[in-house]
Design a protein around this ligand. Structure first.
Ligand SMILES: C[S@@+](CC[C@H](N)C(=O)[O-])C[C@H]1O[C@@H](n2cnc3c(N)ncnc32)[C@H](O)[C@@H]1O
Length: 258
């Protein structure tokens, strides 16, 4: 019980939404119900961090230290993003769902290492709104969640990245007027069903050779809409493959492009 409480406290502290009432209530509700204690077991056996090459890469470590208070992602998910940016071919880089800019900056840092000079676009409504089109499966969210951020602040955060553009608004509508073809990589982190569905449909016809979409929150207990949208997309697009990645991400690629 004490170990579980400690784990809850650590999760809360690590989340940049920790000061938002809806997030605090959702953690408290979970604690009170003790709903699914089996979902927060200690990692046992633990990750042997001393022998993981990426954890000895100073550029990766610097980037994680720089973004850790501005991102909802944990270190394994930041590592998966870094590795996938390294793996894809040339083209444009996108993030849909940037919130306080943590993963956007992390992606720019990875682009500097592996694809210097490549264009990067970050999309989010920032302080204007959280979500556009919530459905029944998105029940943990409210339209005004994730508004505890500012467009200007994220622009300032990325000011040192001359190839980065921060776009305020809901994707894909916010991409109107941009020439978004030859997309090498997209980090799709929008949490809900409709935004995931619409983004995948938009991206699918604009991908470059050796491209990938990294989905966040795939098989996350609070975001079943992501899995629903991906299943629907795969059913309509048999040329695509999904590789789930621990702890709760998924890599989507087109077979024709690899
Ligand atoms: C979990 S947060 C992103 C966290 C961020 N990637 C990080 O960890 O640094 C999800 C974000 O997606 C945004 N969002 C939701 N629907 C969107 C859409 N259609 N287009 C762009 N952003 C969207 C929300 O407003 C919210 O800021």
């Amino acid at each position: 019980m004490i170990r579980e409480m400690r784990q809850h406290l650590a999760n809360w502290k690590a989340n940049p939404r920790r000061a938002e009432l809806p997030y605090i209530f959702s953690r408290l509700r979970e604690l009170a119900r003790n709903r699914r204690p089996e979902l927060e077991p200690p990692l046992d056996p633990p990750v042997e961090t001393s022998s993981v090459a990426l954890l000895h890469d100073p550029a990766f470590l610097r980037s994680v230290a720089q973004v850790k208070d501005r991102t909802c992602l944990d270190a394994p998910r930041l590592a998966n993003l870094w590795t996938l940016v390294r793996t894809v071919g040339p083209g444009k880089f996108l993030e849909v769902g940037s919130f306080r800019g943590g993963t956007a900056l992390h992606l720019c840092n990875a682009i500097d290492c592996f694809h210097p000079g490549s264009p990067f676009y970050s999309f989010d409504p920032f302080e204007q709104a959280g979500f556009e089109n919530l459905t029944d499966c998105d029940h943990v969210f409210k339209a005004a969640d994730f508004t505890n951020t500012r467009y200007e602040e994220v622009r300032a955060l990325l000011a040192g990245k001359p190839n980065a553009q921060v776009m305020q608004g809901f994707f894909p509508a916010a991409a109107a007027g941009l020439e978004l073809d030859q997309i090498a990589f997209c980090h799709l982190d929008v949490d809900i069903y409709a935004a995931t569905r619409d983004s995948l449909n938009f991206l699918s016809t604009r991908l470059a050779p050796r491209s990938a979409v990294m989905l966040d929150d795939l098989d996350h207990c609070e975001t079943p809409g992501v899995r629903m949208a991906v299943e629907e997309f795969l059913a309509g697009h048999p040329g695509f493959l999904l590789f789930p990645v621990f702890p709760c991400q998924g890599i989507l690629i087109s077979k024709a492009l690899w």
